[in-house]
Design a protein around this ligand. Structure first.
Ligand SMILES: Nc1ncnc2c1ncn2[C@@H]1O[C@H](COP(=O)(O)OP(=O)(O)OP(=O)(O)O)[C@@H](O)[C@H]1O
Ligand SMILES: [Mg+2]
Length: 346
């Protein structure tokens, strides 16, 4: 039986899936406060990730993907705060964890891979020592054991000559190798949940493909669930089983990747798919989504996507749609989802 995530429109609706979720994000809102002004950058986002699930989050720049991921990891930048909602790991509210419990969680249970490894790696420390740090602290390994594990992890992520490269500094490695070091570091304590923020965007396509394959294989071997943020729908198609689409800080569609790709239920998702190259149909015309993303500090009253949406009606400009179940395991936040569905099935 598939362990694919069942997604919920709202926390109180309960889950559709059988397995207890590993991660539950419920009605999460994040914001930036300046004086008496509050700007919501993530608004009422809910989703579940089950053990071993591969969950993708897509959306254009500024849609709140990274902030959502950082909130889960407890790594929000200064100035961004949780306004409301809950993030639970194995059923326990992360806000209830003490600082030391939280530290104990990061590494053996939850790990994160960032987009740009140079900002996440320590430039003056050998990469092997950086990989060994987690196992020494969390798994109580000796220096020698942790060093051996670092070499092993580097080999598993496809780094050639790991026994030598374990002594390298980050600047001595290529971008692809640095990203593999980040993966080795994140997986060194065998976490159950791996958060990836565009881990391959900075790599060229062939290296990206290899790194993704390696990442998937390691997650399979270690039984880790994956939350994978990306701009790239081809990467989602390759890597994820389930998907959440974000627009302007809100979740606008969610469900199994194959269903969403075949039959998107939100006009923004359709726009994303129409604007991405399709290798099965190389002659298809690529259609850009017209207009610009909304200014979050001055969000329109109605649907945030309405000003750019060819399906929008007058009422879409005055009322904001909530996320509703549109098919088993699928949700969409659109008043016009039925029309979209009918047009797609014609
Ligand atoms: N440190 C910060 N302080 C205040 N606002 C921020 C900060 N970082 C990001 N934001 C704002 O939060 C919103 C969401 O940003 P986020 O980084 O999550 O977007 P994203 O979907 O990851 O975009 P991208 O695809 O470009 O990485 C944006 O409007 C951004 O301007
Ligand atoms: Mg981002």
């Amino acid at each position: 039986m598939s362990n694919a995530t069942a997604l919920r429109p709202h926390a109180e609706s309960g889950t559709f899936g059988n397995a207890e979720p590993l991660l539950t994000v419920s009605n999460l809102s994040l914001g930036v406060r300046r004086g008496s002004n509050e700007t919501k950058i993530v608004d009422d986002v809910s989703f579940d990730v089950n053990a071993k699930n591969r969950f993708g989050i897509v959306g254009e720049s500024g849609s709140g993907k990274s902030m959502t991921l950082r909130a889960i990891a407890g790594l929000l930048p200064r100035g961004v705060e949780i306004l409301s909602g809950q993030i639970a790991y194995r059923g326990r509210d992360l806000a209830a964890f003490s600082a030391s419990e939280r530290r104990a969680l990061m590494g053996p249970e939850i790990a994160m891979i960032f987009q740009e490894p140079m900002t996440a790696l320590n430039p003056v420390k050998r990469v092997g020592d950086q990989i060994a740090e987690g196992p020494r602290r969390h798994l109580e390994m000796s220096r020698k054991e942790a060093r051996e594990l670092a070499v092993d992890m580097m080999a598993k992520t496809g780094i050639p000559d790991p026994a030598r490269r374990v002594r390298a500094y980050p600047h001595e490695l290529s971008g692809g190798l640095r990203q593999r070091v980040m993966i080795a570091m994140a997986l060194s304590c065998r976490p159950k949940l791996l958060l990836c923020d565009e881990p391959t965007t900075a790599l060229d396509v062939t290296v990206q493909h290899q790194v993704l394959r390696q990442l998937e294989d390691l997650c399979d071997d270690f039984g880790a669930a994956l939350v994978f943020v990306t701009h790239d729908l081809a990467v989602v198609n390759q890597t994820c089983s389930d998907l959440a689409v974000m627009y302007a800080g809100r979740l606008v569609e969610s469900g199994p990747v194959k269903d969403i790709f075949r039959d998107p239920r939100h006009p923004y998702t359709r726009g994303l798919l129409d604007s991405a190259p399709d290798f099965d149909r190389p002659n298809r015309e690529l259609l850009a989504i017209p207009g610009f993303p909304v200014n979050l500090a001055d969000r329109p009253v109605g649907c945030s996507f309405a000003p750019r949406c060819s399906f929008a009606q007058k009422s879409c400009l005055t009322r904001s749609p909530s996320l509703e179940v549109v098919a088993p395991g699928r949700t969409a936040a659109c008043f016009r989802t039925e029309e979209l569905f009918q047009e797609g099935s014609e």
